[in-house]
Design a protein around this ligand. Structure first.
Ligand SMILES: *Cc1c(COP(=O)(O)O)cnc(C)c1O
Length: 433
């Protein structure tokens, strides 16, 4: 079923480090070779062997309107045909910026970059520049890209591989990153009592997605806001995953907490590389060329990426699909958890908007330590079983799954049928691995 992908992976490994350009793609944590994807459309993805899958990865978040939407293709193509990069301003950058500023009351100005990593790294520099302080505080299991200061206790690929702090990150950099457990306001307060006047910013995923989906407990985000206000630190919401995914805006609108700096990515490029960070005008004035915090990018605000982002946001604004997405995700996750009970498999599920995770542990995790108590052998078998049945989910327990506006009720029913078959096999002790 996967012969050609296997061969293509062998070829790739000869010329690309590990055969992939982002570690989680390698399927290492599920002991398989990755699929090479040929094309995708709507809710479906197709590999080089000609297999069709219902896709729950969706480019790790950007593809919220489904793959290769006709309207997005048309609008992006029209821009592409006029040239793809000029290193000079275009109207499209202003157009996308206006949409973001309009959607977020915490943002008056933005700066576009090419990836979430770059946006988070730049937001941290900005916060340090504004406050004149060096330390930052982050939460275990939250992922903010792979820059030096932020690869400490990081989620996503790094937790999967058990290297929370990468080699090559100087201890002198890492020591400026203070670490607390997600949802642990008390521990965060204690850190602030000790180091509060040295902390430039708290950076947090307001809904965690990179340790699997973990929701903020009541009062957690407000508590962080209060701590920042009391100690003169900035609150940074990393909404690279949640921005325009949970609502036409961010998690900050759902939980009604206003950060100082917001980081966006993924959906705002619609699948092309685009990300940004934004804040009130006074803060953004610290950036070069007006201010003294340096930040730059040759391909930043690339017109093709801007056009794809604008087309994607315009569909979301027009269709306002968020209630429907939430309903479908809830349906899927509650059926999966129900099947877990029926077949005696320890599963819990978290779903917020169109993000969801199935955890192989009895209760929903509230932080990274609890996520780590999941049964990874069960997860691996779940992954294998679904893949063999045409369901493509992230190859790691520590990731969010996504649905798009193109996922039909039939897709969801077919997924549930596959999950039931897999759970039945597991309950009978039939394991793939
Ligand atoms: C994906 C992600 C990033 C990193 O974005 P890249 O574009 O992969 O560099 C940062 N923060 C969060 C919350 C993310 O989900």
């Amino acid at each position: 079923m996967f012969e050609r992908s296997k061969q293509l992976f062998e070829d790739a490994k000869k010329v690309i480090a590990g055969g992939v350009n982002s570690p989680v793609r390698a399927f290492k944590s599920v002991n398989r070779d990755p699929l090479f994807i040929k094309k995708a459309r709507g809710s479906k993805i197709y590999d080089e062997d000609g297999n069709e899958f219902i896709d729950y990865v969706n480019s790790w978040g950007p593809a919220i309107v489904g793959h290769a939407d006709d309207e997005v293709i048309d609008k992006t193509k029209a821009v592409l045909e006029n040239g793809f990069s000029f290193g000079a301003p275009t109207i499209l950058e202003t157009e996308l910026a206006k949409r973001i500023v309009e959607a977020f009351d915490s943002i008056e100005k933005v700066r576009f970059v090419n990836s979430g990593t770059e946006a988070a790294m730049s937001a941290i520099r900005l916060a340090r520049g504004i406050t004149g302080r060096d330390n930052i505080l982050k939460f275990s299991g939250c992922y903010h890209g792979h820059s030096d200061s932020l690869l400490v206790g990081a989620g996503s690929g790094s937790s999967t591989f058990g290297i929370p702090t990468s080699k090559g990150v100087p201890i002198d950099f890492a020591k400026h990153t203070l670490l607390a457990e997600f949802n642990d306001l008390e521990a965060t307060q204690d850190i602030f009592k000790k180091y509060g006047d040295t902390i430039a910013a708290i950076i947090v995923e307001p809904v965690a997605g990179n340790m699997g989906v973990v929701r903020p407990e009541d009062g957690f985000l407000e508590g962080l806001r209060n701590l920042c206000d009391r100690y003169g630190a900035l609150l940074i919401f990393d909404e690279v995953m949640t921005g325009f995914r949970l609502t036409y805006g961010g998690a900050q609108h759902i939980y009604n907490v206003k950060p100082d700096i917001t980081i966006l990515g993924k959906v705002i490029g619609g699948g092309f590389p685009a990300a940004c960070f934004g804040a009130k005008a006074e803060f953004m004035e610290y950036l070069a060329p007006n201010g003294e915090v340096y930040q730059a990018g040759t391909l930043s605000g690339n017109p093709v990426a801007m056009a794809c982002g604008i087309a994607t946001l315009d569909i979301l604004k027009r269709k306002n699909p968020y209630k429907e997405l939430e309903k479908n995700t809830q349906k899927l996750i509650s059926r999966i958890v129900g099947l877990g009970v029926e077949y005696g498999i320890p599963v819990s599920g978290e779903a917020i908007g169109s993000m969801f995770s199935v955890f192989f542990r009895q209760n929903k995790p509230t932080n990274f330590s609890e996520v780590n108590q999941s049964d990874l052998r069960l997860f691996k078998n779940y992954f294998w079983g679904l893949l063999e049945r045409g369901i493509y989910i992230p190859p790691s327990q520590f990731e969010s799954n996504f649905i798009t506006i193109k996922h039909s009720l039939e897709d969801i029913e077919n997924t549930i049928v596959a999950v039931e078959e897999v759970f039945r096999e597991l309950s009978e002790g039939r394991f793939y691995i």
